[in-house]
Design a binder for this molecule. Structure first.
Ligand code: WT7
Length: 635
């Protein structure tokens, strides 16, 4: 189909106009021509943002794994589906063909069934970046079980919260994981979590580090012997287009993490279509996204999007700094990677290490470079463009969210002229709007406002697991008849978008979405702490880092502050994970509050960012005197 692969800017505008003039006709054509459906839809789209209710391809039946795997077996059976590059470069790379992937997914699916998992059951996957992670995701989808992948850097408390929220029946984990020079004992984190999880009936354990772990009789099973016994074929469960495919948790500005629910049909259509166009994938290309499958980027653009296109997708187990800072470029060279997709925080960290690590390797295979997760600063953009793409590989700065399921604003390489720090134009079918504080849409160019989306797209999350009201309140209540993203953005003179950052209490640290409230909750559990407030402040590598203002109880005041700082970070590590640790902790006597008792984070943010020239009028605060005191003691 002509509009599957967009090749120049004129064509982009043509297809874009068509896609927004009549979205249903447009998406119907894409859905018809590129996928295997067991039954056709009755309606392409039914929607009502006031409820909110969104249904794409209602009445259709499919199985996404049939589209990711079976469909390719005739033409691409021997093609490599997944390249597995281990943490340690001395360990052998694995190439998993589509045929082998089919076999391994089917066997895994049969193991799940044998352990009592069926359609609609929730399965928690807590695994490092090893092939079993992608395979278990697909095995769940094969039998219609809903996967809930939890990033294996989260703590046992965070894991337990997520397992309990969606009442998972099973956990899939490993005996441990490699991370650079370290090993992590994943199984004991799971054991600890499961002390508080009554819904779990069984645990499957993949062997990775050969450590000596405890197995609980009747609950824990080694995976491999079960796979060895399993039957090699497994008919795909036929799913309704609107049946949930997975749950993925993301942090909100308040409360517990939100289990975003993604559907089967719409998610399939949109991730496949965006992958093809945003990365301009061609049949023999090798594509590598460095994210972890524990995040949405990995779900949509390591597993589903690439496999739906019959692509070769690389999975890397390790970290960019091991055995040295050349590891990414060594992998690009070794596998002649054509599309490379990473986060600004990684680019900044690697840029800092200098060119020696880059120059050793041949990067000439690279055709498209991508970034995602946070705004990319101009310096990092140019470093990436000059030194990695050698000015020949366009950079796609892709803006999207866990909630959106797929890329929403991005250049199309070789079609959209790029502009540093700009995500540029809305993707096909996406209708952004900038809104002012009074709820009015800001039309025209050279404006900024709150970024909303006016019209449904196929891969949008359908609800929050177990809390539809919260879904409505968070995304559909700020502006009437609009999906509110939580981000601010500006639109330049030609209509390009630049994302300026969160306008709520979420801070993006190293591309990870962190709500401040759960971190404050963790800190406040410390017996010496009476109150706290967390804000983000600019950081050279991480984009943002976390700054904590902490009020101590009288009993805590005499304690050694450095020890307290360590204990607070320890608590955060236990409750959430090391990614949420604070860079700076300032002990203070008070926090600036409005008369209604709301903490004025805007002021705290400015102080932490050392940007106090324009604090605004502080005289109306309940306690204006604390502002000076906080400024005097800023770290
Ligand atoms: C938030 C969503 C989508 C995959 C990774 C993050 C920020 C994401 C960009 C970008 C500026 C970006 C936004 C967004 N963000 N991509 N290209 N430029 N900001 O998913 O954890 O759900 O976080 O990440 O603030 O709202 P997530």
């Amino acid at each position: 189909m002509s509009n599957y692969h967009i090749k120049h800017l004129e064509e982009y505008y043509q297809v874009y106009r068509k896609s927004v003039r009549n979205p249903e006709v447009f998406w119907e054509e894409v859905a018809e021509e590129h996928f295997l459906w067991r039954k056709r839809w009755n309606n392409v789209l039914q929607w009502d943002f006031s409820k909110p209710e969104i249904k794409w391809f209602e009445g259709a039946e499919l199985n996404i794994t049939e589209n990711c795997i079976d469909r390719h077996l005739n033409t691409r059976g021997d093609k490599t589906a997944i390249i597995f590059e281990p943490n340690n470069p001395d360990e052998e790379t694995q190439h998993i063909s589509y045929r082998e992937l089919h076999d391994r997914v089917c066997r895994f699916a049969n193991v799940l069934k044998e352990k009592g998992i069926g359609k609609g059951d929730r399965v928690c996957i807590y695994l490092p970046m090893i092939p079993e992670l992608a395979i278990s995701v697909l095995a769940c989808a094969r039998i219609g079980a809903i996967h809930s992948v939890v990033f294996a850097g989260f703590s046992s408390t965070a894991l337990a919260t997520r397992i309990n929220d969606s009442e998972c029946k099973m956990v899939i984990t490993s005996d441990g994981s490699y991370r650079g020079a370290k090993t992590i004992d994943l199984k004991s984190i799971v054991d600890e979590a499961l002390e508080d999880c009554s819904s779990i009936e069984s645990v499957l354990v993949a062997k990775r580090i050969n450590s000596d772990i405890k197995m609980k009789e009747g609950r824990d099973y080694w995976l491999q012997p079960l796979l060895d016994e399993a039957y090699h074929d497994c008919d795909p469960e036929v799913m309704d287009a609107e049946d949930p495919l997975f749950i993925l948790y993301t942090s909100g500005s308040t409360g517990k993490p939100k289990g975003m629910v993604h559907s089967s049909g719409g998610y399939m259509v949109y991730t496949a279509y965006t992958f093809k166009n945003v990365f301009q994938y061609r049949e023999d290309d090798v594509y590598w996204c460095t994210a972890d499958i524990g995040w949405i980027t990995g779900h949509s653009y390591i597993v589903y999007g690439p496999l739906l296109n019959g692509a070769t997708t690389l999975m890397f187990e390790g970290v960019p700094s091991y055995p040295d800072f050349g590891r990414f470029w060594e992998i690009v060279d070794k596998h002649q990677v054509n599309q490379f997709y990473t986060a600004p925080t990684a680019i900044r960290a690697l840029a800092k290490e200098g060119m020696d690590h880059v120059e050793k390797y041949d990067l000439s295979s690279l055709k498209v470079l991508g970034t995602v997760g946070e705004p990319i600063n101009e310096e990092a953009w140019h470093w990436y463009d000059d030194n990695i793409g050698k000015k020949k590989a366009p950079i796609v700065d892709t803006w999207w969210q866990t909630e959106t399921g797929g890329i929403m604003i991005s250049p199309i390489p070789f079609a959209t002229p790029t502009k540093p720090t700009y995500a540029t134009l809305p993707f096909i079918g996406i209708q952004p709007a900038l809104m002012d504080e009074n709820g009015e849409e800001i039309k025209g160019n050279q404006v900024d406002g709150r970024l909303c989306i006016k019209y449904p797209w196929p891969s949008m999350a359908r609800t929050i697991w177990g809390d539809h009201q919260r879904y409505k309140d968070t995304y559909f209540s700020a502006f009437e008849n609009m999906y509110f993203t939580g981000d601010g953005a500006l639109r330049d003179e030609v209509g390009y978008y630049r994302i300026t950052g969160r306008v709520d209490d979420v801070v993006i640290v190293s591309g990870h979405n962190l709500g401040t409230a759960p971190i404050e909750d963790a800190i406040n559990e410390h017996p010496a702490v009476s109150e706290s407030a967390i804000v983000g402040f600019p950081h050279d590598i991480k984009g943002n880092a976390l700054y904590g203002y902490v009020i101590l109880k009288e009993t805590g005041e005499s304690r050694n502050h450095d020890n307290l700082r360590k204990e607070i970070n320890q608590l955060i590590t236990e409750q959430i994970g090391p990614i949420a640790k604070l860079d700076k902790i300032q002990f203070t006597k008070g926090l600036p509050k409005t008369r209604s008792g709301k903490i004025m984070r805007r002021i705290l943010r400015k102080i932490a960012s050392k940007d106090t020239s324009n604090l605004g009028d502080t005289s109306t605060l309940l306690n204006p005197e604390v502002v000076q005191d906080i400024m005097d003691n800023v770290l």
